[in-house]
Design a protein around this ligand. Structure first.
Ligand code: S3P
Length: 434
């Protein structure tokens, strides 16, 4: 386990191009693996998670050539092979859940495994709809608090379309159903009452699939074939979130982020930054394969940070950014309250518990709820020993809190950042003036 020491900073200045978006990289990797032809992806995510998806595609018969951040994937033209070994999804819930939908229509037996954290995460949410479509899915456990989880065995075969109402707002569950529906008999419909990130819808269309949305209802006809694409993966907004929040902490910070993914179903953070008192200027914006990519400049407004109450649909839309918002909350004037975010307890770690533990270590006051936290503002934190719990977003979130603390902070388990953002500590060091 590695320890990273974070010293307080004076301000944050500079410009940055973020590595490719993790969510989009997963989807492009998987659809390229199923498609016919060779897909070329520039600025593919450098995080370990999307590379778990690539490794699974290789095990399923795709050919992968990696050259730095450019990846070429020659797909299987709709026919995955029987893998020789279990498909190792590493730490990646996205890989396991989305892949389950992608492979379930194929006539093989697949075993999906993951690391300790992934083995604890709920998988019943994808087993239910996929088994309604006719897939035979066996989970491990299922009667304890955790519910059914990995290792998971899928006995694949022809699937039948369903109409599905998603009970939890989850883009991963939506994607599993869409990927299965793409290859099923009939037209699969899915209704989501809280709109989650739509990268799968955009990616499916980019690879040539037909898919329609009417209000909250998505419909995807089955037996569709995909064609390879050339694409550049937009910079990861959830990785940018750490620097955006860091910029808010200092009165004279100036941060420019280019080639940044700004998909509106992902960009709630930009509104929150503005509500907190940050000033965001969109310098350029264009669209590629349905994804918005832009350059933004972020400054701070005089008067310091306000506060915000995050609840309802907003909590679901900000789910990956909530840890860093919680970590900067003590430095706001009015504090930050997060509710309706129980999902945080079943991410790579119990993120509510770990945020609470680490806020406490830094001397903050707060109230913990089953579904969130309420963190008063106007608090000065002190340097402390932070436990990342092997969770990438916790390691990075508390590195940002450390920038305004008194004294140095030690991030224990800092290597976890590499799950989504291996360059994080180097970039942080470059941007911080001390
Ligand atoms: C993701 C969706 C979110 C998010 C995860 C990536 C995706 O999970 O937390 O990091 O790429 O679809 P849920 O959809 O399960 O909330």
């Amino acid at each position: 386990m590695s320890i990273q020491i974070i010293r307080p900073a004076r301000t944050l200045q500079g410009s940055l191009t973020l590595p490719g978006d993790k969510s989009i990289s997963h989807r492009y990797a998987m659809l390229a693996g199923l498609a016919e032809g060779t897909t070329r992806l520039s600025n593919f995510s450098t995080g370990a998670d999307p590379h778990s998806s690539l490794a699974c595609m290789e095990a399923l018969g795709a050919t992968i050539v990696k050259q730095d951040k450019t990846i070429e994937i020659t797909g299987t033209a709709g026919a995955f092979r029987q893998p020789e070994h279990p498909l190792d999804c590493g730490n990646s819930g996205s890989t396991m859940r989305m892949l389950a939908g992608l492979i379930a229509p194929h006539p093989h037996t697949f075993t999906l495994i993951g690391d300790h954290s992934l083995t604890m995460r709920p998988m019943e949410r994808i087993r239910k709809p996929l088994s309604r479509m006719g897939a035979e899915i066996h989970l491990t456990g299922g009667d304890g608090a955790v519910g059914g989880h990995a290792p998971m065995t899928i006995v694949g075969g022809p699937l039948t379309a369903i109409d599905f109402d998603t009970p939890i707002p989850s883009a991963q569950v939506k994607t599993a159903v869409l990927f299965a529906g793409l290859q099923a008999n009939g037209t699969t419909s899915l209704t989501e009452s809280v709109r989650t990130r739509d990268h799968s819808e955009q990616a499916l269309k980019a690879f040539g699939a037909t898919l329609t949305r009417e209000g909250e209802k998505l419909s995807i006809p089955g037996h569709q074939k995909l064609k390879a694409i050339d694409a550049t993966v937009p910079g990861d907004l959830s990785s940018a979130a750490f620097f955006l929040c860091a910029a808010l902490l200092f009165p004279d910070s100036n941060l420019i982020l280019d080639s940044l993914g700004m998909n509106p179903t992902r960009a709630a953070l930009l509104d929150v930054i503005t509500a907190l008192g940050g000033k965001i200027k969109v310098l350029t914006v264009e669209e590629h394969h349905g994804e918005l990519i832009g350059t933004i400049q972020v400054n701070t407004m005089p008067g310091g940070l306000k506060g915000i109450a995050i609840a309802g649909a907003l909590s679901a839309q900000l789910i990956d950014e909530l840890p860093v918002l919680a970590a900067i909350a003590p430095y706001t004037r009015e504090g930050i309250t997060i509710r309706d975010a129980k999902e945080l307890r079943v991410k790579e770690s119990d993120r509510i518990a770990l945020v609470a533990k680490n806020l406490k270590a830094m001397g903050a006051e707060f109230t913990e709820y089953e579904d969130g936290l309420s963190i008063p503002g106007n608090q000065q934190l002190h340097g402390a020993q932070i436990d990342s719990g092997s969770d990438h977003r916790i390691a990075m979130a508390f590195s940002i809190a450390a920038l305004r603390a008194t004294g140095d902070t030690e991030i224990h388990g800092a290597e976890a950042a590499a799950i989504s953002f291996p360059e994080f500590f180097t970039y942080l060091d470059t941007l911080c003036l001390r």
